[in-house]
Structure formats: C-alpha cells, structure tokens
Design a binder for this molecule. Structure first.
Ligand SMILES: *Cc1c(COP(=O)(O)O)cnc(C)c1O
Length: 259
C-alpha cells in the first residue's frame, strides 16, 4: 500500500457505533426536550461512491455533502444511481447563486440545510419549480451563525426568525423544516455546554413562539464527529457525522473538483 492510500476503514462498524452512541445520548436527554429521534446524516465529502454504497447497503439513507460539484457528481454516479435508489442527499455547504441550478438538478436531492439569506431563499424558491416532482416543496433549514465568526455563513441569531418568516410567507415552493448551525470548531466541553448549541435551542424556541409553530416539528441540526453526543443531549434532532463513520478524510479525490 502506498502512503497516499487511506487505510481500510470499516464503514459498518463506524456506522453501528455512531448509531448506538446516538441512542445512549437520547436516553441522557432531559425529559422536557421534544422527544424527536435524531437523524444521522453521514457526511461523505471526499469519500468515494463505493463507501456510500457500503453504508447504503447497511440501510443508511441520509448523506451530506458540502460542495455542489461533489454532490452533483456523486448523485449522478452510475454506481450510486444503480445501488442507492432511495438515497437522500442533504446539502450542508455554502451555496453560491451560480451553483443553484446544478444543485437543484441533482437526482435525489432531499434537503438544503444552509439557507442563510432572503436572496438565497428567493432564488431557490424560483428555481425549484423547474426541478421538483409532483409539485413537492423543497425542504430547507435556515443556517444560523451562532458563533458570530466572519468566516462562517449563516444569518445572525437576532434575524433568524425574520428569515424563517420570509421562507414561510414568501417562498411557497420551500418547506421550512428547522434550523442548523456549524458552531465553533474544537470547543472545549470542559467549559460547559457548547454555547452555539444552547443558542440554536433558544433560536428554535423564539422562532416557534413568534411564528406559532409546533416545536416538535422544527429540527435542530447541530453536532459533528467530535460533539454529536453532546449535541443530542442538548436536543439535536439531526447530527452530521463524517470522520467517525468513514475514518480520517483523505487529502482529496483526484476526480472531484470543489466549487
Ligand atoms: C464536514 C462537515 C461535517 C462533518 O464533519 P466531521 O468532523 O467529519 O464529522 C458536518 N457538518 C458540516 C457542515 C461539514 O462541512
């Protein structure tokens, strides 16, 4: 084996272990939180289609990608089209206007987790008409920049409910499903509960109160490999995990371009 090759990773073991840790985290969750069973998004960025097929064949359906080109390439890959007919693709990256059509035309696109502005919502709402089937709405999450870092996209916490309201009132082709945050990397949990997660929980509360929504129907997408259990304890309904399932990321697949 050359040093360029990634070590063989046991996807089945990784997936099983994450799913069982998720269950244990749900059991530790405070009983006053909405008891929504969290969903696992297997983040497959920079992984070959063969690994996705492996996870799919174990019954996994939800996969996440953060570059449009990579999602589109994988969603159209013959191996995936043939073996993963019910796959659900979640887009979890920063979406630029000039990539919207490419993203929306990807087979089995299921959800966009990163709606961060009215302009993006309007564009998605307008373009989706060309790609939807049976007039189905496009499920979206509103991304909130809870950590206030400039490099991260997402709406400011104080304006989150206005963006949600805009999506609900002015974007009839989109279906508001919840809120999402990436949060600060490498947060040291010995400092107490992650403030980004606490902030997203509060934002959901506020959105539900102001817009009269049932909190049990509004998702909280937060938590990655290092902190998904913690996020679930605080109420996450959707966690996005890559490395813990698929092993350390290889540097790059040669035939996949980023955006
Ligand atoms: C890469 C990525 C993840 C998963 O990260 P891991 O540390 O590999 O689990 C989750 N969310 C987003 C938005 C990502 O880009």
């Amino acid at each position: 084996m050359s040093s360029e090759e990634a070590p063989k990773v046991d996807v089945m073991l990784g997936l099983k272990s994450v799913l069982s840790k998720m269950e244990a985290a749900v059991a530790r969750r405070s009983k006053d939180l909405p008891q929504i069973t969290p969903k696992l998004i297997a983040v497959s960025k920079i992984r070959p289609p063969s690994m996705i097929v492996e996870a799919y064949q174990m019954g996994h359906r939800d996969f996440g990608e953060n570059y449009v080109n990579e999602l589109s390439q994988k969603a159209n890959d013959p191996l995936i089209l043939e073996n993963c007919k019910d796959i659900r693709w979640h887009f979890i990256g920063h979406l630029q206007t000039n990539k919207i059509n490419k993203l929306l035309s990807s087979p089995r696109l299921y959800m966009i987790q990163t709606v961060h502005s009215e302009k993006l919502a309007n564009n998605l709402n307008k373009q989706w008409v060309k790609y939807r089937q049976e007039e189905a709405k496009l499920p979206v999450l509103v991304q909130v920049n809870t950590s206030g870092e400039e490099a991260k996209s997402g709406i400011e916490p104080a304006n989150a409910y206005k963006l949600v309201e805009h999506v609900m009132k002015n974007c009839p082709n989109l279906e508001f499903k919840g809120v999402m945050t990436i949060g600060e990397y490498d947060y040291d949990m010995s400092r107490g509960p992650n403030p980004d997660f606490i902030s997203l929980v509060k934002i959901r509360q506020e959105v539900c109160e102001k817009l009269n929504l049932d909190i049990n129907n509004v998702e909280l997408s937060m938590g990655m490999s290092t902190d998904y259990e913690h996020a679930i304890e605080l109420g996450a309904t959707c966690v996005r995990v890559g490395t813990t399932i698929f092993g350390p990321r290889p540097r790059k697949l040669q035939d996949i371009e980023s955006d």
